[in-house]
Design a protein around this ligand. Structure first.
Ligand code: TRP
Length: 351
């Protein structure tokens, strides 16, 4: 966690930007964010970030979404299913309302000029700075792998992702703030060292939505089997909810501390219906776990029905998905080459 002071400052800055955007001052902002293609996107991604991306896109913020395929190998040893994961990620995006006419969707590996920024950027950070990044440390511990050079330097790689398109707002959770700080530092140091103004000031855009827990109350993760993927059918969703763990108290109450399973189900239903989980609990009362699960299933399947219907259409049209990606990659290359040219010009590497 970043220290409180820098968190407060980041929050103030983020609120200022949200206020600007609400006032319609969108033209000063370029958003970049993305995902590692390690699996299907789930409800946590949807309510945590996808909705926000669509909102920014539709406000007219210049929007860029990176499918960070190279980042997959920061903490795992292979690229199994990478092509399938990437295509399916595009399907998830489009089904949720990310519009390729407004948002540039592209893959990491297809944009060499963006990756080339890694060289000058690495010269702007010290080993000590890389070593003390708390998010990198946490990810290394969770992976159970040795700290690879790529994992150690991936915040710098993310700086390339953000800065090649001159992104200045990055929707993030609080745990990602250290990365934004690395990017800001690199941008500032580059401009200072080469007496130029190639890169913008970068800010994290903190979202106010609380983290949606997995169905068992733990962190939502595919590996825990507690996540409802966007691509699931209504039946698969019903099954997953049915086998989630509640407890022996028949009276349904909202109490996340003592009743994680029951409360996670109530939170899930609440976010899909726009209702207060406490109110849903009172309504179900002595109806017990069965009634609760029926309610949650209906809420989730009802909410995601139109998204899933669109997704089924995209699944039938892989050629279109590939076109979207190729077009995004082509545009990303143009942007990256222009930025790299500015970087090389600032460094005097013009021959
Ligand atoms: N690290 C992000 C994830 O794990 C993906 C990502 C790659 C990203 N580059 C980025 C996010 C730049 C924000 C900005 O999903």
């Amino acid at each position: 966690m970043p220290n409180e002071g820098s968190y407060e400052a980041a929050l103030r800055r983020s609120n200022q930007i949200q206020a600007d955007l609400a006032d319609g001052k969108t033209e000063a902002y370029t958003m970049l964010t993305g995902d590692r293609p390690t699996g299907r996107l789930h409800m946590g991604h949807y309510f945590g970030t996808l909705i926000e991306r669509v909102r920014l896109q539709n406000m007219g913020v210049k929007s860029n979404v990176i499918i960070a395929d190279y980042q997959v190998i920061t903490d795992r040893d292979n690229t199994e299913h990478i092509q399938d994961n990437v295509y399916n990620m595009v399907m998830d995006y489009l089904a949720c309302g990310i519009d390729p006419a407004k948002t540039m969707i592209f893959t990491h590996s297809a944009v060499p000029a963006a990756n080339q920024l890694m060289l000058p950027f690495l010269s702007l950070v010290s080993e000590a700075e890389l070593e003390r990044n708390p998010t990198v440390k946490a990810e290394q511990e969770a992976s159970g792998h040795a700290l690879t050079g790529l994992l150690l330097t991936y915040p710098v790689h993310q700086a390339c992702d953000i800065l090649f398109c001159k992104g200045n707002i990055v929707p993030v959770g609080r745990d990602q703030l250290p990365h934004i700080e690395v990017t800001s530092k690199i941008a500032r140091r580059f401009n200072d060292r080469y007496h130029c103004n190639v890169f913008p000031e970068v800010s994290g855009l903190l979202t106010s939505t609380p983290l949606l827990p997995g169905l068992d109350g733990r962190k939502m993760s595919k590996s825990y089997g507690n996540a409802i993927s966007l691509c699931m059918t209504a039946e698969e969703t019903a099954k997953l909810i049915k086998k989630s763990k509640t407890d022996s108290d028949r009276n349904i109450t909202f109490d996340p501390e003592n009743r994680p399973g029951v409360s996670a189900l109530l939170t899930t239903a609440g976010i899909c219906t726009g209702r207060d989980p406490k109110e849903i609990a009172e309504e179900i009362g002595m109806g017990g776990g069965g009634a609760l699960k029926r309610y949650v299933t209906e809420a989730v399947n009802g909410y995601f029905a139109p998204i899933r219907e669109k997704r089924r259409e995209y699944e039938q049209d892989l050629d279109y998905i590939k076109d979207v990606l190729h077009d995004g990659n082509r545009r990303a290359n143009e942007v990256a080459q222009a930025t790299l040219a500015e970087v090389q010009e600032a460094m005097g590497m013009v021959y």
